[in-house]
Design a protein around this ligand. Structure first.
Ligand SMILES: *Cc1c(COP(=O)(O)O)cnc(C)c1O
Length: 397
């Protein structure tokens, strides 16, 4: 063992500790339809991304078990070797139809998809691509842009004017241009103006890549996400299956040509084991359920509105949130941790999100809701916000 490596890592960890940024894994239990801490105390879960409660849905769990029983616990190889089955292709076809796209391709995770698909696309014209990326894009997108090894221009969050300026500045660029955004932003809970971005993409001859991790299942007609409203004009639609779908994995949807290219050229697809049958079964069941969950989506939106109103009464800035993701901006890391603790003492788990996940000085609680939250739990959550969250100074009008 290299003592030098361990010594270096120890010093690095000590520095994180001094900066109060040392993270530790915390075990939580899920039993009898309820989250519990290590001491067995029940907590209302306001931090997970299981927006429709599908990870606990009987049909989803049953089909995961059924497909594992029928097809095995694991896929035996990568997709191009022996890892492609009828069920794999069938789920991909269903995902493509769900997103109103020609074709779709499964990935092991959203991180892997973004980190691998972006470099693959940027590399298609031998490094001549310019990337234009929203300032609040997810770490996996930032990673993908770095790995692409091409110039990435970061435009102000949601700022189509800034993006337009940047595209104009590079109007004479000979290579391709790729604009990347999330449709619902993971930490602010606001929405991208996809029609505006699409218009810019068309005007400047750029391709548009949209990450629908937090929109798929929750927003748009029948929960198909926000990209479908653009009528198939978005070049690359990426989504994840571990959030509202309650399962695991991710997909990229788009033209048949895009998918064929990724099958041939994307390392994060080629050099990894296929998703296991249990995951495919869970996704298949979620695809049965999601389109019909309009009542759940309405409830989710209404509860999000109630929570934003409760936070506003305590003078919290919820940024541009218009979705099931509701930030309560606090500022310093210490204060955010203290507020999370106060909510937890009141029985609500709302994890503090700190830099580098969010910009310096914008540490916050990131509250997320699920349509599976009972009205009694929702009321307890609102009571905890009203009675246990510190009152903020009034915000300037
Ligand atoms: C969660 C998330 C991912 C990563 O997806 P995983 O399947 O969890 O790896 C990618 N993009 C966004 C916007 C996300 O929120």
């Amino acid at each position: 063992m290299d003592a030098g490596l361990d010594a270096l890592l120890k010093r690095r960890l000590a520095l994180l500790g001094e900066a109060r940024r040392l993270r530790r894994l915390r075990p939580l239990q899920w039993c009898d339809g309820q989250l519990h801490d290590a001491a067995g105390r029940a907590l209302i879960d306001a931090s997970s991304n299981d927006y429709l409660g599908l990870s606990q849905h009987p049909l989803v769990k049953a089909r995961a078990a059924e497909w594992a029983g029928r097809h095995g616990a694991g896929a035996p190889a990568s997709r191009l070797i022996t890892g492609t089955r009828d069920i794999t292709l069938a789920v991909e076809e269903r995902l493509a139809a769900f997103k109103h796209c020609e074709a779709a391709l499964l990935f092991s995770s959203g991180f892997q998809a973004n980190a691998s698909v972006i470099p693959t696309l940027a590399g298609a014209d031998n490094g001549g691509t310019l990337i234009f990326s929203d300032a609040l894009n997810h770490a996996s997108i930032v990673h993908g842009c770095r790995l692409a090894g091409v110039t990435t221009h970061v435009f102000g969050h949601g700022d189509a004017g800034h993006l337009d300026d940047l595209l104009r500045q590079h109007a004479t660029h000979k290579g391709r241009k790729l604009i990347i955004t999330e449709s619902v932003f993971s930490m602010d809970g606001d929405r991208a103006d996809l029609p505006a971005l699409l218009q810019l993409a068309e005007r400047h001859g750029a391709a548009l890549y949209v990450d629908e991790a937090h929109a798929s299942g929750v927003l748009g007609p029948q929960g198909r996400g926000l990209a479908v409203a653009c009528g198939g004009a978005i070049d690359v639609v990426m989504g994840t299956l571990g959030k509202a779908f309650g399962a695991f994995g991710a997909y990229v949807a788009g033209s048949r040509t895009l998918i064929d290219y990724l099958v041939n050229r994307c390392p994060g697809f080629i050099y990894t084991t296929a998703l296991p049958p249990a995951v495919l079964g869970a996704v298949d069941a979620a695809l049965d359920l999601v389109p019909g969950m309009e009542r759940e989506r309405q409830r989710l939106a209404q509860n999000a509105q109630r929570l934003r109103a409760a936070l506003a009464l305590r003078n919290y800035d919820t940024l541009g949130s218009s979705t099931q993701i509701i930030p309560a901006v606090i500022g310093s890391e210490e204060d955010a941790l203290a507020a999370a603790q106060q909510l937890e003492d009141a029985g609500v788990l709302a994890v503090a999100i700190r830099p580098p996940t969010v910009p310096e000085g914008t540490s916050r609680l990131r509250l997320t809701l699920s349509s599976a939250l009972s009205e009694a739990d929702m009321q307890r959550l609102l009571d905890a916000v009203a009675n246990s969250l510190p009152l903020r100074p009034p915000r300037p009008a």
